[in-house]
Write a protein that binds this ligand. Structure first.
Ligand SMILES: NC(=O)c1ccc[n+]([C@@H]2O[C@H](COP(=O)([O-])OP(=O)(O)OC[C@H]3O[C@@H](n4cnc5c(N)ncnc54)[C@H](OP(=O)(O)O)[C@@H]3O)[C@@H](O)[C@H]2O)c1
Length: 310
């Protein structure tokens, strides 16, 4: 539940959107009008999540000097103030889990966080120790989601995670990749294992996930968390300095960033996206993609044609 005091004012339009989000959230509904933050259900539970989350790779792998913490606090305040909830991290991202924890501790009000991290090691005891350490570093009592990072020793960690879920030590479990070469192995795991979430890369320049991952996730009722939505930022190299196309207006997009995120959200099997940024301005931009109209399949085809012609 989002606390009204946590809502940061971004002007009349955004505030109206947040108010309708609050009203809809309080009724337990997914808001549908164009001023409300779009939420989608986790198929396994029906729990609603805002479609735009936040990644932390590189952007939160920083030192802990006061200036950096203040900057990251601005990024995170903008995120929560716009209705964001999901923060995705990993022990693989250097200091990122610790910086998330530092900033959460520095927040004035406890935010409505959906905490997600990963296990990235080999061996049962090492996995358990790492997950406990991640909770300490990120300052959470219990993770909402823990996923096996890049399939590493997945048989071992999935057994632990299934047990932790049964014992109430974690709410959801999953597995991640960002490498196309792992897709076949990931598909096999998705067919056989009781996963709540699967995380992989998908964006307008890398559509390999459309072939089998997204359809299978839909068929198996597995929530999808999309990483690298901007292909690590390289998409902006193509659109920099180019005017937004007319279709952007029809989809309530005021930037190329929103254009790229809405292309992804137009796929019905996408549950949420986790773009990463170290800039409060970019965060505000990214969060706007979670409001307004989304493309249908013919609009997505047009967006793709436009991107490929850039
Ligand atoms: N195997 C895995 O589990 C796996 C693999 C890859 C990624 N992930 C997760 O997915 C998250 C996202 O992927 P990613 O960080 O690799 O790449 P990404 O989100 O595709 O791109 C991040 C880059 O985009 C820039 N950016 C963000 N918003 C922008 C905006 N509105 N306008 C202009 N530039 C913008 C950022 O620069 P600024 O800082 O300047 O904004 C940053 O350089 C990761 O942080 C991580 O949490 C998981």
């Amino acid at each position: 539940m989002i606390n009204r005091r946590q809502v940061v004012k971004f002007g009349a339009g955004m505030l109206a959107a947040q108010n309708s989000l609050l009203a809809a959230t309080e009724k337990g509904m997914a808001p549908a009008d164009h001023l409300s933050l779009i939420q989608r259900p986790i198929p396994g539970s029906g729990e609603l999540l805002p479609v735009i989350g936040m990644g932390t790779s590189r952007t939160f792998d920083t030192d802990d000097d006061p200036e950096t913490i203040a900057q990251l606090k601005q990024v995170m305040s903008t995120f929560f103030g716009s209705g964001g909830r999901i923060i995705d991290s990993s022990p693989m991202y250097g200091n990122a889990e610790s910086r998330v924890g530092d900033v959460l501790r520095a927040m004035d009000n406890a935010p409505a966080l959906f905490s997600a991290t990963k296990v990235w090691t080999t061996g049962r005891e090492q996995g358990i120790a790492q997950m406990n350490e991640s909770a300490r570093r990120m300052n959470v009592d219990r993770f909402d989601l823990i996923a096996v990072h890049n399939l590493q020793d997945w048989q071992t960690h999935l057994e632990t995670l299934k047990q932790w879920k049964a014992e109430g030590k974690v709410r959801y479990i999953g597995i991640t990749t960002s490498h196309g070469r792992f897709h076949d192995a990931l598909l096999e795991i998705m067919r056989k294992q009781p996963l709540d979430f699967v995380q992989f890369s998908y964006n307008i320049a890398d559509r390999a996930a459309e072939k089998a991952l997204l359809p299978l996730a839909h068929d198996r009722g597995i929530a999808t968390m999309i990483n690298r939505p901007y292909q690590r930022g390289s998409l902006f190299g193509k659109s920099r300095g180019k005017a937004l196309p007319k279709i952007a207006g029809a989809l309530d997009c005021s930037s190329w960033g929103q254009f790229y995120l809405k292309y992804i959200l137009g796929h019905p099997a996408v549950t949420c996206i986790i773009p990463a940024t170290s800039s409060a301005k970019h965060m505000a931009d990214n969060m706007k993609a979670g409001f307004g109209r989304l493309p249908d399949s013919s609009q997505r085809a047009e967006m793709l044609r436009i991107f490929q012609a850039l």
